[in-house]
Every structure is written in structure tokens, then in C-alpha cells.
Design a protein around this ligand. Structure first.
Ligand SMILES: [Zn+2]
Ligand SMILES: [Zn+2]
Length: 334
């Protein structure tokens, strides 16, 4: 199976966090956290449709300015999500600059913000043509755990405690569609953009009896029944799940929420700021130890996990944190 999402941490484990998730075959990406975004080029940043900020400590949010700079003057709509107080944080960033000339830009950037509270969401728009001054009041809707949803995937969040609210995040693909290339060739069909429409039809739950048209490079079309085509060329497997946990304390309530959010994830990215010998410092700073991170990964049943966000006190000793997390995972699993 070729996964659709290819998550990668933007920086090394001692640097500011950010998880970049590009989509296979789609000129698009999602970002979890806005730490130091320097390693991402303009092309990478322009692909981002949705960015989710776990919390606005400077190491998770300093990359906002660079994203703003690259996107400004483009016809681009960016959706940004953050915890309670997020509007004020973004407004503070925007207030640092003068915007008297941007309303004449031919290409207009729009920032669509969502503030995530425990049981409701607030949304607000900040448009370049309005000098980023939001119009009207924020809209409110109730919220349980799904922040954003498309036919193919959804993003869920849990409001965790890090001394301040901090969002744990999970991306879940509904199911995964692989195309059997041999079958495709046997039917005399060629790959092309019609395959994206075909997958979309499956994700949207289109009636299997409905007609579906394939298209070759020369523009030739052929009619199939959607179900018949799916049976012939599609291999449908469970969807991918990626979870991201940054900056949390090891409180019983956080543990419960993390295990539920990251349940059965294919890949869990989880902070591990300290070693277990420094667990008192970890607790004081509302962070996890590597041991706690490995234990949570195992309790969530994560198939694979990566620890990150190490305290600089362990510089050159990242293997100690990785080893401690791995051992805790194995212990818990056995
Ligand atoms: Zn942090
Ligand atoms: Zn923090």
C-alpha cells in the first residue's frame, strides 16, 4: 500500500516543532504546529491549506510570520486552528505590521481562523483587502472532537493541559484506495486525473450503480458502472491515521484523552522533553518524559511512534531519550 500522507518533522528533535504532512499526488499539505519553518521552502509552504497550532508558546508559533510573508500577495486561503486565545495571538502578530497598501494587491490572502474551546469552536476571517481587520463577530458552533472534515479524511483534536490549553491532533483517512495498475492495463485504461475523480466518488459514497466515465490522455471516454469499476481496479484498505501530541503533562486526564485520540494510529509523533530521572522537572514544566511518551504510544496501540522536542540539556544524547521511550513501549506491549 502506498500511503497518501507522508508526515515529516520539519526540524531535528532539539529544534522548534512542526509536522509537515504532504498529500501524495496532490499539490497540497497540512501542517501541525508552526515552529521554525525555515527548512520548508516557499513551494512547501504554498501547498498548506490548513495549519493547526497546538498552543502559542513561541517555539510552536514563531513560524507564523514566515508563512504570512510567503503567502502575502497570493490568491490564497489559509485555514488556521489554535486553542482558546488564538484570535488574540494572531491579531497580536498582525498588529506588528502596517497594512495601508495591501488592500490594492491584485492577489488576496485570506486567513480563516478557528479557536478551539472544550465544547465549541469560534471562527473568524482576516482578509488582506480589509487590512486584516476582522469583520463582525466571531461565529460559534458546538464541537465534540472533529475539527475539520472532508470526504477522504478528518482532523480531530483533544484539548489537553500544558498549564495552558494545548491541542493534541489526529488525521484519519476514511479508507485507502489503491489502484491495481495491472487490472487497469488489462481493461485498456490509462492513469490520469480521472482516477482522482474516481477515488473522490468512492470517498463521497456515490451510488455504486451510477455511471462513471473514464478518460484517456487523448480524451477518449468510456462508461462504467462505478461499482463494477471499483471491483475491477480498486483495492480498498483501512485508512491511515497520524497523531501528534506536543507539550503536555502526564496527568491522568491527559493520558486518557491522548490514548483515545491516538488510538490505533499508524504513526504517533509525541513530545518527550525529559528523561525519567528528571520527571519532577517534566511535571513542573507540564511536559512528558521519554518513558511516559513510550508508555502512552503503547497504550494507544500506535504501530509506530517518534519522540521529539527534547530539552537542550540532553544535546548530543538524543539516543538516551529514544532508548528510554522504546524500552517503555516494549515493556508496556509485552
Ligand atoms: Zn514546546
Ligand atoms: Zn509549550
Amino acid at each position: 500500500m502506498r500511503p497518501r500522507f507522508h508526515p515529516r518533522l520539519i526540524n531535528g528533535p532539539f529544534e522548534d516543532p512542526g509536522l509537515y504532512i504532504p498529500f501524495l499526488f496532490d499539490n497540497r499539505a497540512i501542517l501541525f504546529d508552526l515552529g521554525d519553518t525555515q527548512p520548508l521552502g516557499s513551494r512547501d509552504l504554498l501547498k498548506i491549506s490548513h495549519a493547526f497550532v497546538s498552543h502559542t508558546h513561541v517555539d510552536h508559533f514563531i513560524g507564523f510570520d514566515r508563512v504570512l510573508r510567503i503567502l502575502l500577495g497570493r490568491e490564497k486561503q489559509l485555514c488556521l486552528y489554535g486553542p482558546a486565545g488564538f484570535f488574540k495571538n494572531v491579531e497580536g502578530k498582525l498588529a506588528a505590521y502596517s497594512w495601508n497598501l495591501v488592500k490594492n494587491y491584485p492577489y488576496r490572502l485570506g486567513l480563516h481562523l478557528t479557536e478551539v474551546h472544550r465544547d465549541y469552536l469560534l471562527t473568524r476571517e482576516y482578509l488582506c483587502q480589509n487590512e486584516f481587520i476582522p469583520a463582525g463577530k466571531a461565529a460559534r458552533k458546538s464541537y465534540q472532537d472533529v475539527l475539520y472534515e472532508e470526504p477522504a479524511f478528518r482532523i480531530s483534536a483533544a484539548v489537553l493541559d500544558h498549564g495552558i490549553p494545548c491541542l493534541g491532533l489526529a488525521l484519519k483517512e476514511r479508507f485507502h484506495v489503491n489502484i491495481n495498475k495491472d487490472r487497469l492495463a488489462a481493461l485498456g485504461l490509462q492513469t490520469g486525473p480521472w482516477l482522482t475523480d474516481f477515488k473522490q466518488a468512492l470517498y463521497e459514497g456515490m451510488d455504486f450503480e451510477s455511471a462513471f466515465e473514464t478518460r484517456s490522455g487523448k480524451g477518449e471516454t468510456r462508461q462504467f458502472r462505478l461499482g463494477e469499476l471499483a471491483e475491477q481496479i480498486a483495492l480498498i484498505t483501512p485508512g491511515q491515521k497520524i497523531a501528534y501530541i506536543a507539550d503536555v503533562s502526564f496527568s491522568p486526564e491527559n493520558q486518557k484523552k491522548i490514548i483515545s485520540l491516538a488510538k490505533d494510529s499508524d504513526h504517533l509523533f509525541i513530545e518527550a522533553a525529559f528523561l525519567e530521572i528528571h520527571k519532577d522537572i517534566a511535571a513542573e514544566k507540564h511536559h512528558l518524559t521519554a518513558r511516559q511518551a513510550g508508555t502512552l504510544a503503547a497504550r494507544a496501540g500506535a504501530k509506530q511512534f517518534t519522540v521529539f522536542h527534547f530539552s537542550p540539556r540532553y544535546s548530543g544524547q538524543e539516543y538516551l531519550l529514544q532508548k528510554e521511550a522504546r524500552e517503555a513501549y516494549r515493556e508496556e506491549m509485552s
